[in-house]
Design a protein around this ligand. Sequence first.
Ligand SMILES: NC(=O)C1=CN([C@@H]2O[C@H](COP(=O)(O)OP(=O)(O)OC[C@H]3O[C@@H](n4cnc5c(N)ncnc54)[C@H](OP(=O)(O)O)[C@@H]3O)[C@@H](O)[C@H]2O)C=CC1
Ligand SMILES: N[C@@H](CC=O)C(=O)O
Length: 361
Amino acid sequence: MKQIHLYIFGIGNVGSTLINQVLQSHSFFKNKHNLDLKIIGLANSKRVLIDPNGMTQKWKEDFSSISIVRESDSFYKVANLYDVTKIAIDATASKELSQHYPELLDHNFNIITANKIANTLSQSFYDVIRTALKNKGLQFEYETNVGAGLPIINAVRDLYNSGEQLFAINGVFSGSLSYIFNRFSEENKPFSEIVIDALKDGYTEPDPREDLSGNDVARKLLVLAREAGLKLEFDDIEIDNLVIPSLRTASLNQFLDQVTLLDEVLQEKKDALASDQVLRHLGELDVVNGVLKVSLKAVPKSSPAGQLKGSDGFFEIYSESYASHPLVIKGAGAGREVTARGLLSDIIKVSKTCKEVLVAG
Ligand SMILES: NC(=O)C1=CN([C@@H]2O[C@H](COP(=O)(O)OP(=O)(O)OC[C@H]3O[C@@H](n4cnc5c(N)ncnc54)[C@H](OP(=O)(O)O)[C@@H]3O)[C@@H](O)[C@H]2O)C=CC1
Ligand SMILES: N[C@@H](CC=O)C(=O)O
């Protein structure tokens, strides 16, 4: 039986769903994959819970009652005591945590992340992580960085690694904005009301301005661009920002208090549509020319993007073999369950392929 120790940062929408999915499938992973997955550590921004025997179904209660104040080395101290494979899972949107990835690798953690920040800081930071991974023989997986649980990154990586020339990747990259604009197009409700529903239902970033500003889609484009071998920076991306200037620097609470200020401008865009059009938030990655664009556009209702429902993401990949008929991937592009399942699938992938540390049992 291969023992795997999991340390989960972030116990919000995605992190808490992941914990429950790991616990529910514990016996299945033992029987099917010969893997004993134990969650040893949990952290939010302030506190940690550590249990070398592994978390149980009452982890939430335990976190409330016996977690302790988080220190920078809280997990390292316990992780160093066990000679088993360690995986750090980042289910936060924290830049500070992303900047600690080199340190996690230094402490021999494999890393799996839903957080897009580490992959979209400077190209030099991106390269530092890849060099450390190579030197340490560790793994870093981040399928949920684009399209939540949809297999976009692996599709692009496999094409690129097989020598295929990639031309372009276009579509609706944001599950959050898909949910918001699909509903805004169909329902007679103020834009802000739908944004709040999306936040409450766990479809948006912790701060929905990350979605509305176009930054979150821009990050996805950059993750894919770098996967396709381009060396670009975040500032190279052309982004349509839907957040009015007066709300861009406000605190999250101030933004939420004043979110109705977005309604007028979005309603004007909706009113200007022809009867056969809807608004869709699009991403365009021109791999050949290295041009990345994020924009809100009017598209025909009958087009593939115009027909999307729910939180569906929609990706068209054009390449040598898929030149005139793109490879299309479509499905739920946001949501706690699909994202947690995507992380879990990365956990199984890393656990199965990492160097084996055998323990009886
Ligand atoms: N929701 C979705 O559909 C998808 C989400 N993702 C990504 O998943 C990540 C998490 O999203 P979601 O679960 O919705 O967010 P939530 O806001 O629900 O949860 C965020 C969690 O991260 C914790 N946290 C923040 N900073 C730190 C830190 N420095 N160290 C440890 N924990 C920290 C928060 O703790 P505290 O409460 O103390 O602040 C909270 O527990 C994001 O990066 C998002 O982009 C990816 C694909 C889809
Ligand atoms: N904001 C994201 C959700 C997770 O990343 C998205 O729109 O897809």
